[in-house]
Ligand binder design. Structure first.
Ligand code: ATP
Ligand code: MG
Length: 471
């Protein structure tokens, strides 16, 4: 397919080690690529037309050009222009200027937002007085503010990957390629523009983006772009927790969460994001790995089916394997099992939020899903029916199945609840009677028992059906 898209291009370019952006782009005319203006969002094309009519340069850029060249439906449409955010706002009544670290304009069309970014220039390395309000660097080289405007050429250079530095000119239906991005699309490579180490130092989040695009597109990270990642991964610890929350959501909600997780672990990027979970993975790779992978596979499956997914469920799963060891420590200091579990859960969330700022609207349902794990074994009397009415029951039940899939021993609790939900009133009464005098402590053991089930994992029951929590 890709071969067909670029059939009329010259043979592969021989690329040097680094992708050096060129000052004049390779221009692909309408017959040299497959893109047509009708494939892009009408609103985005309208924004470009309007800016051009007002005398500015404007192009569709980034993910939408890349994805359409590959044959993937873009998730959103970004515009790059010579107009400043204020000039964009002056052109569109429905535009708002947003951002501080990176100022841009959002043009609103109902639910669709077209992001319009002004051409940027590469960062001045020295401390140029004049630019210091517009741009700032940390002593590590990390860019703190990036509001120095520039030309189309400079804009291409400061983009992250070659495949993201492609510009589509809607009026001539031409693709402008400044960094051999078309070549890398053809060879399915994620390659940083410029010196990889320096580009990661400027913005360590680019390491996460490399993994995200590699997983999403099924591309490989080109070897020179991959080489510094493990060494520089700890730099993610310096990224503001709020930005990391946004990035982590993008990582796990793009439909390839399981593959993304594999790559994060492979490149040592998982530990700086989820330190406690990474330790749990080291201690008990099979159980923790199974539980996390299974949760991510379910998420991918739900996204493929167009079903809603809740970040709370995802974070609940990513963090759960870290609870038992903490609870055990507290128990060793004399705390009873249930309070120990609860305190462990509380501390874990507080600690995790220092790294990734998970908003309250998610931390509350995470705790509820976990609390439900202690309540599901206790079914006597009216408890089972009360639990069924709990708005968090479904997520709690799904989470229980997930734990069982990962090999946790729960004495058939998941099957019991599956049957109970389908049972008639009288069947339900007899199920409760059958529980008889079984000790309620059945499931009150605090830290989850983890005897491995024989016969292996993956008792898949299709995608989980947890209701969206908190959003
Ligand atoms: P998608 O929207 O599918 O996730 P995208 O490539 O559009 O992918 P965005 O985060 O929307 O990603 O960013 C738009 C464009 O802005 C990118 O294609 C890239 O050119 C540029 N960009 C985004 N983040 C960075 C960054 N951290 N460093 C350099 N360039 C970036
Ligand atoms: Mg985008």
């Amino acid at each position: 397919m890709l071969k067909k898209l670029f059939k009329s291009l010259r043979s592969p370019l021989s690329l040097k080690r680094q992708a050096h952006p060129r000052s004049t782009p390779e221009v692909l005319g309408p017959r040299q690529h497959s893109l047509q203006r009708g494939q892009f969002s009408r609103n985005a094309v309208g924004v470009v037309d309007r800016l051009q009519k007002a005398g500015y340069q404007a192009y569709l850029v980034g993910g939408c050009v890349r994805d359409l060249l590959i044959g993937v439906q873009p998730k959103d449409f970004d515009v790059a222009t010579s107009a400043t955010p204020e000039q964009v706002r002056a052109e569109f009544r429905n535009a708002r200027v947003i951002g501080r670290r990176f100022k841009l304009a959002h043009v609103h069309f109902g639910r669709e937002i077209i992001e319009v970014a002004t051409f940027r220039s590469n960062h001045p390395q020295g401390d140029d007085e004049e630019d210091s309000h517009q741009s700032a660097r940390h002593e590590s080289g990390r860019i703190l503010r990036d509001n120095v405007y520039g030309t189309l050429e400079s804009d291409a250079q400061r983009r992250d990957f070659t495949i993201n530095a492609l510009y589509f000119d809607v009026s001539g239906e031409r693709v402008l390629d400044y960094a051999h991005g078309v070549h890398d699309i053809r060879n399915r490579l994620i390659r940083l523009i410029g010196d990889p180490e320096q580009r990661y130092l400027e913005d360590p989040v680019r390491m996460l983006r490399a993994v995200r695009f590699a997983a999403k597109l099924g591309f490989e990270i080109e070897k020179h772009s991959a080489a510094p990642i493990r060494r520089l991964a700890p730099m993610l610890r310096d990224i503001p927790a709020a930005r990391l929350f946004e990035e982590v959501l993008k990582l796990f909600l793009a439909g390839r969460a399981e593959r993304t997780f594999e790559l994060l672990v492979e490149y040592d990027l998982f530990a700086p994001l989820f330190p406690a979970s990474a330790k749990a993975l080291e201690r008990d790779p099979e159980y923790a790995g199974d539980l996390i992978r299974q949760a991510l596979a379910n998420t991918d499956e739900r996204i493929a089916l167009g079903k809603p997914v809740t970040p709370a469920f995802l974070f609940a799963a990513l963090l759960w394997p870290a609870i038992p060891a903490r609870a055990a420590q507290l128990q060793a200091r004399g705390m009873p099992p249930i309070p120990a579990m609860q305190e462990a859960a509380h501390d874990l969330i507080v600690e995790q939020c220092k790294r990734i700022a998970i908003p309250k609207r998610f931390t509350i349902p995470i705790r509820e899903i976990w609390d439900m794990q202690e309540r599901l074994p206790r079914r006597q009397g009216k408890r089972a029916d009360l639990l069924l009415e709990n708005p968090r029951f479904r997520a709690g039940y799904d989470f229980l199945l997930l734990r069982e899939d990962a090999g946790e021993q729960t004495d058939g609790l998941g099957d019991w609840w599956t049957d109970y939900q389908d049972a008639s009133d009288s069947e339900r009464r007899s199920m409760i009677r059958e529980l008889g005098n079984r000790q309620e402590e059945d499931g009150e053991g605090g830290a989850p028992a983890r005897k491995r089930r024989r016969g292996g994992r993956n008792r898949r029951r299709g995608p989980r059906s947890e209701a969206p929590a908190g959003e």
